[in-house]
Write a protein that binds this ligand. Structure first.
Ligand SMILES: [Zn+2]
Length: 308
C-alpha cells in the first residue's frame, strides 16, 4: 500500500494580484520537488471538482454560490484585503476541495494507505459563510464532512501545524464532540484566534507558541498535549492541515521549524493513525511562502507518509 499525490493543473491558475505571497509558484515548487525518482511509487491522481452539495456540508449553501458567482471573467475580485479571486479561481477552488474528497475515497476504498493533496488556495481560515486569509472554501473540512457523510466514519480529527491558527476549521468543528481539531500556531498572530487560556470543549486543542519557537517547543506541544489528546479521541481518520509557514525561512511567520520537524510530526501522526484507524491519513497543503523551504518541507512530509 502506498501514498497518493492528488493535484490538478487548475490549482496553478488561481492568481491573486501580483506580489501576493499565495502565488502559483508555491504549488509549482512542490510539484517539481515531487518529480524526483524517490517519488516514483506515488499514485498520482487528478483532483475532481467538489460539488455544491459537498461544499454545503460545511459552508452555507448561499455563501458557496456567492463565491462561485463572484469569480470575475477578467482581472481580480476581492473578498477582503488578503483574499482575491481571478478567472482561473473557480476551477482551482473546486478542485482544491475536491482533492480532499477524492483522497478520502481512495483511502476508504483501500487504493492507498494515505494521501497528500498538493492544492491551492489553502482553506483553513474559510468560515461557514466567509472567505478570509487567502481561503475561500475549507478544503480539509469538506473532506472530513465527506468521510462522515459518505463513508460512515464517526470520529474524524484534523491536526493543523500551519503557523496560523485554523479559525475556520475550528469554528466548523467547535460544537460537535465527534470532530476533533488540534492546532500548533504562533500567537499572538493572524487571525487572532486560538489564544492561550481560552475556554474550549475537549475536542478542540489549541497550542499557541510564541514567535521564535522552534522544534523543541513544537515537539513538546505535540508530545505532551496534542498526541495524547488525539489518542484519547480515538479517530477513525486523521486529516492534516499541512501548512509549512512555521519554517524558519518563511517570510510570513516567525517560528523556527526545520524540515526534520515536519518529518517527525508527520511520522508521529501516522503512528497514531496506524494504531487507531488502520493508518488512514489524508493531508492537504495549507500555507508556506518561501518557495525553497516549502518544497523541501513538502518533500519530507511526503517521504514520511510513504514510509508510514
Ligand atoms: Zn499559514
Amino acid at each position: 500500500m502506498t501514498t497518493a499525490l492528488i493535484t490538478h493543473p487548475a490549482c496553478l491558475r488561481h492568481e491573486p494580484p501580483p506580489g501576493h505571497p499565495e502565488r502559483p509558484a508555491r504549488l509549482q515548487s512542490i510539484l517539481t520537488a515531487l518529480e524526483a525518482d524517490e517519488f516514483r511509487p506515488l499514485v498520482r491522481r487528478e483532483a475532481p471538482e467538489a460539488s455544491l452539495d459537498q461544499l454545503s456540508r460545511v459552508h452555507d449553501r448561499d455563501y458557496a454560490k456567492e463565491v462561485l458567482a463572484a469569480i470575475p471573467t477578467r482581472g481580480v475580485a476581492h473578498f477582503d484585503a488578503d483574499t482575491a479571486v481571478s478567472p482561473g479561481s473557480r476551477d482551482a477552488i473546486l478542485r482544491a476541495a475536491g482533492a480532499v474528497v477524492e483522497g478520502v475515497d481512495m483511502v476508504m476504498k483501500g487504493e492507498v494507505k494515505n494521501v497528500f493533496c498538493a492544492v491551492r488556495p489553502p482553506g483553513h481560515h474559510a468560515l461557514p459563510d466567509r472567505a478570509m486569509g487567502f481561503c475561500l472554501f475549507n478544503n480539509v473540512a469538506v473532506g472530513a464532512a465527506h468521510a462522515r457523510a459518505v463513508h460512515g466514519l464517526e470520529r474524524v480529527a484534523v491536526i493543523d501545524f500551519d503557523v496560523h491558527h485554523g479559525n475556520g476549521t475550528e469554528a466548523m468543528f467547535f460544537s460537535d464532540p465527534s470532530l476533533f481539531y488540534a492546532s500548533t500556531h504562533q500567537w499572538p498572530f493572524y487571525p487572532g484566534t486560538g489564544r492561550p487560556g481560552e475556554a474550549r470543549p475537549e475536542n478542540i486543542v489549541d497550542l499557541p507558541l510564541p514567535a521564535g519557537a522552534g522544534g523543541a517547543e513544537f515537539r513538546r506541544a505535540f508530545s505532551e498535549t496534542l498526541l495524547p489528546a488525539l489518542t484519547t479521541f480515538r479517530p477513525d481518520m486523521v486529516f492534516i492541515s499541512a501548512g509549512f509557514d512555521a519554517h524558519q525561512d518563511d517570510p510570513l511567520g516567525q517560528m523556527r521549524l526545520v524540515e526534520s520537524d515536519y518529518f517527525w510530526a508527520t511520522q508521529v501522526l501516522c503512528e497514531v493513525a496506524a494504531r487507531q484507524c488502520a493508518g488512514r491519513v489524508v493531508s492537504t497543503l495549507e500555507g508556506g511562502y518561501d518557495l525553497d523551504a516549502l518544497a523541501r518541507s513538502a518533500r519530507v512530509h511526503v517521504q514520511a507518509l510513504m514510509a508510514a
